[in-house]
Design a protein around this ligand. Structure first.
Ligand SMILES: *[C@@H]1O[C@H](CO)[C@@H](O)[C@H](O)[C@H]1NC(C)=O
Ligand SMILES: *[C@@H]1O[C@H](CO)[C@@H](O)[C@H](O)[C@H]1NC(C)=O
Ligand SMILES: [Zn+2]
Length: 494
């Protein structure tokens, strides 16, 4: 980060807070400004065209009648062509790297500053919605297009690059972040030998599509930390918090850490009619008790965790985002007239605070042993996966917050725009700060550089479903906030 740019952004923010939005932007000409929606809100690009493009990309599918676009599938290459054409339209230089990620970059000729990367993923789950991933890519392209159209692209003080990552969902190879992990340089070479359901390896799929697919080629995808200043991602929230707060956008404080456990409960298999209740060693009721206990641990952790004055760990704030889920439960032999012999279930624990998560894991493991002893069943807890939380960078988050506030208030009724990002009775006071319970490309990119994220309100909190929906004015608010962020972060004042 160049020392000059933070003072530049402070100045711009001061300007934005006292000067009407119509004066804060510097249109090339009044006519153009009017065409773009007036008042520096660029409705035609940031809302109308962005929404059209979301719909267009949402139709590019490998499935018939539903959206499915997985890593390096035929549809992903059709999507690549379309995204490249949009990047060019925004004035960017484009290329596809050796992992199928699409890059669109503007390189100021005389800048030595580190690049600002803005991205999200172009792959989808099966029967997906059209906003997950795509929203972040298209909003970023639209924001840069506004810079091109208003002549500000030429005033960029640092390289700015949009990346459409080829794989985040991990549907095809059951391994997430193939695209962003390669750019961050944390993708192991062994990934090339992982195979999909049909037995085709990552290497074979890459070669079939004319990629090099060697360890060397993978290495070339990696960015050097010295060349990158920050990574920012716009993503739909995929949860109900912003809708409940009646606010279109929120900044993300961090992405939760996660632990996955498997619990195996062994009892005595028997006849449902003949074994008296007192003599049973029933793993099903033991498992049921454990599932309910886990819920209690995460719903009301203060009953189980004591606040530690010295470390200051378990404040209300550090417990935020703590969620526990049992999503899979298997029984053997699974028959209505048989007391099960064995029950296995999965546990997913997430929290922003790694120490809180680890404490919950330890408490739960201890409780499992106590309850199982009490019920005379044998229990084992296996640790399957654990990932530390990814905090977002405080400075980037503060910049995104200011950009969001400025965008939302400009769009509010009585502001200078005509949008309904914040309707009557909705709060314009504070930009919500959220945690992300879901993983995102920003998690992988955090291994390369500092990251910031902006969440966009979605209807009903629904995602990974064709029911996924973001209001057109919320799409607009997201694009405008990102535009104002880039403007503060990377555009020189005249
Ligand atoms: C780069 O060139 C532009 C246009 O000539 C100029 O306005 C800007 O100040 C220069 N930036 C640097 C870092 O030299
Ligand atoms: C439970 O897990 C164990 C160990 O992975 C496995 O051998 C067993 O078949 C599983 N039982 C059920 C009911 O799925
Ligand atoms: Zn996503």
């Amino acid at each position: 980060m160049a020392p000059s740019s933070s003072s530049t952004s402070v100045l711009l923010i001061l300007l934005l807070s006292v000067v009407p939005a119509s004066l804060a932007s510097t249109p090339v000409s009044d006519g153009l400004e009017l065409e773009l929606g007036g008042d520096g809100l660029y409705r035609e690009i940031l809302r109308d065209e962005t929404v059209l493009r979301l719909k267009e990309l949402g139709k590019i599918s490998d499935g018939e009648g539903f959206l499915e676009r997985t890593f390096l599938s035929p549809a992903s290459f059709r999507a690549t062509d379309v995204i490249i054409s949009w990047m060019k339209d925004a004035g960017l230089t484009t290329w596809v790297d050796q992992m199928g990620n699409i890059h669109g970059r503007f390189e100021p000729s005389n800048s030595t500053d580190k690049a600002l990367l803005i991205g999200s993923h172009m792959d989808t789950v099966i029967d997906a919605g059209m906003y997950d991933g795509a929203l972040g890519i298209i909003c970023a392209i639209s924001a840069l297009k506004v810079l091109r159209v208003t002549g500000k692209l030429q005033r960029l003080t640092r390289p700015v690059e949009v990346i459409a990552f080829s794989d985040e969902e991990g549907v095809r190879f059951q391994t997430t972040f193939l695209g962003s992990a390669a750019v961050a340089g944390i993708l192991p070479e062994s990934i090339l030998q992982v195979s999909d359901k049909s037995g085709t390896t990552v290497q074979e799929v890459l070669r079939l599509n004319s990629f090099e697919a060697s360890a060397d080629a993978l290495g070339q995808v990696k960015y050097s930390p010295e060349s990158v200043g920050s990574y920012v991602e716009v993503h739909l929230e995929q949860g109900p918090v912003l809708e409940a707060l009646r606010y279109p956008l929120g900044v993300v404080k961090g992405i939760a850490g996660q632990t996955r456990l498997k619990v195996i409960v062994d009892g005595s298999q028997g006849h449902a009619g003949t074994v008296p209740m007192k003599l049973r060693r029933d793993p099903m009721v033991a498992a049921a008790e454990l599932v309910v206990t886990l819920e209690g641990l995460c719903k009301d952790p203060s009953r189980f965790l004591t606040y530690d004055e010295e470390c200051g760990c378990f404040t209300e704030e550090s417990l935020a985002g703590l969620v526990c889920t049992v999503g899979e439960l298997l029984t053997w032999p699974s028959a209505s007239n048989v007391i099960p012999g064995q029950v296995n279930f999965t546990v997913d624990i997430r929290a922003m605070d790694d120490l809180v998560r680890e404490t919950i894991v330890a408490s739960f493991s201890r409780i499992v042993m106590q309850r199982c002893d009490h019920r005379l069943v044998d229990c084992a807890v296996e640790h399957k996966h654990s990932a530390a939380a990814t905090p977002c960078d405080p400075e980037l988050t503060a910049q995104l917050k200011r950009a969001t506030r400025s965008a939302v208030s400009a769009m509010a009724p009585g502001g200078h725009g005509h949008g309904r990002a914040v309707g009557a009775g909705e709060s314009t006071a504070a930009t919500p700060v959220l945690m992300s319970g879901a993983g995102h490309d920003a998690m992988a990119m955090a291994r390369l550089t500092r990251v910031g994220m902006l969440f966009v309100r979605c209807r009903g909190g629904v995602s990974h479903s064709p029911e996924e929906h973001v209001a057109e004015d919320d799409v607009w608010a997201a694009g405008l906030a990102l535009l104002r962020f880039v403007d503060q972060h990377a555009v020189a004042e005249l």
